[in-house]
Design a protein around this ligand. Structure first.
Ligand SMILES: *Cc1c(COP(=O)(O)O)cnc(C)c1O
Length: 424
């Protein structure tokens, strides 16, 4: 598939007059179309709900768009819970899928009425202590161990993952929770990340549906929801085929009808916690080429760096790059596209074939809508960029301002040195 930017060079130039690069920009139209499809894909399931993984793109304006399609918030920390609360997502609109959880955060989630999804059996006691009693509705996270395979290919290695309970533990946990008054149970599992295959959710669903039947048969527990979590991926590289969410929904439906319906469990709600799939393709990092360097390799230095998008630096992840206005030019050059951090891994691309880049050219780094801005940091004194929304009507809205040095130094504001730091 040819990867096309949702922004033209002309539009980018117009935006840059008001908001200098670098910035992340999101495409409202794309977000809405995708959310609509996602809803359609699971419309066969009466209780279906997507809990958007807040950590992927923790921007209230963007999450509010998803709220219009019935999405709740999947939170993993106190501040993410605060964000959910601020946009009116409380009660069953919150899924708290945390791990290594500080006990106060269980208490806070419970106060908001959110659903606590336990990562570990020891947290039954923690929640009881934090909340006085166990909530009536709770969930447990399952980790089958071993390797996760789809047909014959190994997708990931849950046996090495820190998350979730073993099979034996989840049986034990449900038994204890039932004794302690839990009335509605859920099962959650997240076994592979960024899967680009329509078979991931159906394969996972089959595993969880069978587990649900076994848990019900053995413990007579009332399982009301199964949470397939995140992991539905996007095609970062041009050669990958995008997932078809309609086919994924149908695949889950097939196993639902094969396993749950005959077991008399046809009322179970399907939940998801997609982050990447919901936002990833609908965000881009826009950056300007500010330096070129010709040494042992050909370098183009841009005004963004790994502090704006760390996936290439830490995972070696591929992000497609388009030189705006040169979409149809031949890729005659081979470049490393670098940021300015004092870290050699600060490269958005290595040995990338691109058209000739001139200083001042605008680079569009694709698929930064999830796990992009949110993973940002301040190393080398770098400031976080603005986030913008390209609205359906073509307007551009600021949805997070860029950090200023004052923000960067703000945690010194209780010290005398502060006034020197911000005197400019
Ligand atoms: C990160 C995460 C998600 C979202 O994952 P994606 O790959 O972005 O879909 C969902 N649930 C949990 C518990 C997570 O940690």
């Amino acid at each position: 598939m040819i990867k096309t930017p949702f922004l033209s060079k002309e539009k980018a130039n117009e935006i840059i007059k008001k908001y200098p690069t670098p910035f992340h920009i999101y495409d409202e139209k794309g977000i809405r179309q995708n959310a609509e499809n996602m809803k359609k894909a699971f419309s066969w399931n009466k209780g279906f709900k997507e809990y958007f993984a807040v950590k992927a793109t923790p921007n209230p304006f963007l999450i509010n768009i998803l709220r219009e399609y019935g999405c709740g918030c999947d939170c993993s920390s106190a501040t993410e819970l605060m964000l959910a609360k601020a946009i009116g997502a409380t009660g069953d609109d919150i899924m708290f899928s945390s791990n290594d959880t500080p006990i106060d955060e269980f208490k806070y989630c419970n106060e908001l009425g959110g659903i606590i999804n336990l990562d570990d059996i020891t947290h039954i006691d923690a929640v009881e202590k934090a909340c006085g009693a166990l909530p009536k509705k709770m969930s447990c996270r399952y980790n089958p161990g071993g390797v996760f395979q789809i047909t014959n290919s190994i997708m990931d290695n849950p046996g090495n993952a820190k998350y979730g309970m073993t099979g034996a533990q989840i049986f034990e946990a449900f038994k204890i929770m039932k004794e302690k008054g839990v009335e509605e149970f859920g099962i959650h599992s997240f076994l592979c990340s960024n899967t680009v295959t329509n078979k991931y959710y159906p394969t996972l669903a089959k595993l969880l549906f069978q587990l649900a039947v076994n848990l019900r048969d053995k413990l007579d527990v009332n399982i009301t929801f199964i949470n397939l979590s995140g992991g539905v991926g996007i095609p970062y590289t041009p050669d990958q085929e995008p997932n078809d969410i309609i086919e994924i929904g149908q695949g889950v439906r097939d196993v639902y009808e094969e396993i749950l319906v005959p077991a008399g469990m046809g009322n179970i709600s399907i939940y998801t916690e997609m982050g990447r799939f919901m936002m990833g393709p609908y965000g881009a990092l826009i950056t300007t080429a500010i330096n070129e360097k010709h040494t042992h390799k050909e370098y183009i230095g841009v005004d963004a760096c790994a502090a704006n998008l760390m996936r290439p630096a830490i995972y070696g992840a591929y992000h497609h790059i388009t030189v705006l206005g040169k979409e149809n030019e031949r890729p005659t050059h081979v470049y490393d596209i670098t940021g300015s951090l004092c870290e050699n891994c600060d490269k958005f691309a290595i040995n990338r074939r691109l058209p000739e880049i001139k200083i001042g050219d605008i680079l569009y780094i694709h698929d930064t809508g999830a796990h992009g801005f949110s993973m940002g940091y301040n190393y080398n004194g770098k400031l976080r960029s603005a986030e913008l929304l390209l609205c359906e009507n073509g307007d551009v809205k600021l949805i997070r301002r860029a950090e200023t040095p004052k923000d960067y130094f703000s945690t010194f504001d209780c010290f005398d040195i502060y006034k020197n730091l911000i005197s400019e």
